[in-house]
Design a binder for this molecule. Structure first.
Ligand SMILES: Cc1cc2nc3c(=O)[nH]c(=O)nc-3n(C[C@H](O)[C@H](O)[C@H](O)COP(=O)(O)OP(=O)(O)OC[C@H]3O[C@@H](n4cnc5c(N)ncnc54)[C@H](O)[C@@H]3O)c2cc1C
Length: 381
């Protein structure tokens, strides 16, 4: 994918990461799926090899890498069917909040550990009563001396069990009008009294990912742990959502490309009524349709990756790509499974897991409908 933006150094990095995955990730995916969590040791190994936050400044342990490296990591994890490993969520989504909006003290304290894998982060916005409508969150952080007292519940949090640091959206001014101006972001360390990693959620897909609930009960968080300024949460989120949605979409596209590739291979070799499945005109046409959709996604996404690297504002187009490519990934997964016949329904064939995992794509990072709300607004509709 996006071969034109990748140069020789990127190719070398990709091959190194693939080799690392073949040894440390791919053989363990099923075990992680059973346990519902990726062990922390894998995070440490990934960090040691430079596969976490490669964009971070050298003084924090990174190598100032361009977005291409983050894109490669997201692509290859998805291609290998390892989207359950929340490496990109931590490295390319959450840790960026600390890097982009943190004070020097916050950055020096946490970024080196984010890079080494010893500080796994999560972002906690969604609550049981609200996901899409973030300004309706109920978690409060009220001032008390040099601290905030945090109370509330978060749900569906990626890396929720493993996280050493949670980036939490909360209301520091619950009476603010409009409500979003009263929302702030706090950094809450694991081990802070009153912060509990609660239930690991049993999910349809991404079963190896530790998606969990986080509970905050009279949790005292130092005032110095606020990210940016009070009431700035929406500004911070808006700035970072472009990259968050782009990373999710890159994974969606790469995983879909791989699924189609393996399905074509299967259809060429599976013989029914004396001929390969792919030779029946209905199936040929279906595969051609799927390949066309995948190609359209790839072409659109390539331009967005290049524009993002060039520093352009692509919020509208990335919202378009997020909804269209994640829906396309589900269409392709549906038909790829059908083309496998009953084998597609069996866990021993990767298509089954990819089909389940794809289903999350239309919610995470904002639902298809919310993407359309954003685009409609930007079109002046
Ligand atoms: C695997 C997984 C991982 C996740 N990881 C995280 C995480 O790390 N951190 C985090 O904070 N959250 C996370 N989420 C939560 C995710 O961001 C939310 O599920 C998503 O934002 C939708 O919120 P909701 O589930 O409350 O749905 P709701 O907001 O209740 O939406 C229900 C339905 O209504 C539709 N809808 C809502 N508003 C509108 C509107 N204005 N117009 C039309 N339709 C609308 C939605 O599209 C959806 O179809 C994760 C979710 C999943 C499934």
């Amino acid at each position: 994918m996006a071969n034109d933006i990748y140069k020789e150094e990127h190719r070398i990095f990709r091959e190194t990461f693939k080799k690392f995955m073949e040894k440390e990730i791919v053989p363990y995916i099923e075990e992680w799926e059973e346990k519902g969590v990726v062990p922390k040791e894998v995070w440490y190994k990934s960090g040691k090899q430079g596969f976490i936050c490669p964009w971070a400044d050298e003084k924090y342990g990174g190598f100032n890498a361009g977005f291409e490296y983050s894109a490669i990591i997201a692509e290859e994890l998805a291609r290998a069917g390892a989207s359950c490993f929340g490496l990109s969520a931590h490295g390319d989504i959450v840790a960026h909040y600390i890097n982009d909006f943190g004070s020097e003290e916050q950055k020096s304290k946490w970024l080196p550990k984010c890079v080494s894998g010893h500080c796994i982060t999560s972002i906690a916005m969604t609550e049981p009563n609200t996901g899409s409508d973030i300004q309706s969150i109920r978690t409060t952080a009220l001032k008390d001396g040099d601290s905030y007292i945090l109370n509330g519940q978060k749900i569906f949090i990626t890396n929720g069990l493993n996280c050493d640091l949670a980036v939490v959206a909360c209301k520091t001014d619950p009476k603010a009008d409009p409500p979003h101006t009263g929302i702030s972001v706090l950094l809450v360390e694991d081990g802070t009294p009153g912060f509990r990693h609660d239930r690991k959620l049993d999910k349809l897909g991404l079963r190896g990912q530790d998606t969990a609930e986080l509970i905050f009960e009279d949790c005292r968080v130092p005032k110095s742990n606020i990210l940016g300024e009070e009431g700035m949460a929406f500004v911070l989120m808006m700035k970072n959502l472009q990259q968050e949605r782009l990373i999710i979409t890159i994974g969606a596209q790469a995983g879909t490309e791989e699924l189609l590739r393996s399905t074509i291979e299967y259809c060429k070799t599976r013989i029914v009524f004396g001929r390969p499945v792919s030779k029946y005109q209905h199936n040929t046409f279906k595969i051609v349709e799927l390949a066309t959709e995948v190609e359209l996604g790839k072409t659109f996404l390539n331009t967005l990756i290049a524009d993002h690297i060039a520093g352009k504002d692509i919020v509208k187009k990335v919202s378009m790509a997020k909804w269209w490519i994640s829906e396309m990934a589900n269409r392709v997964a549906y038909h790829c499974l059908q083309l496998h016949g009953g084998y597609g329904f069996m866990e021993e064939y990767p298509v089954a897991r990819r089909y389940r995992d794809a289903r999350s794509l239309t919610f995470i990072g904002g639902t298809t409908e919310i993407m359309k709300v954003i685009i409609g607004r930007m079109m002046g509709l």
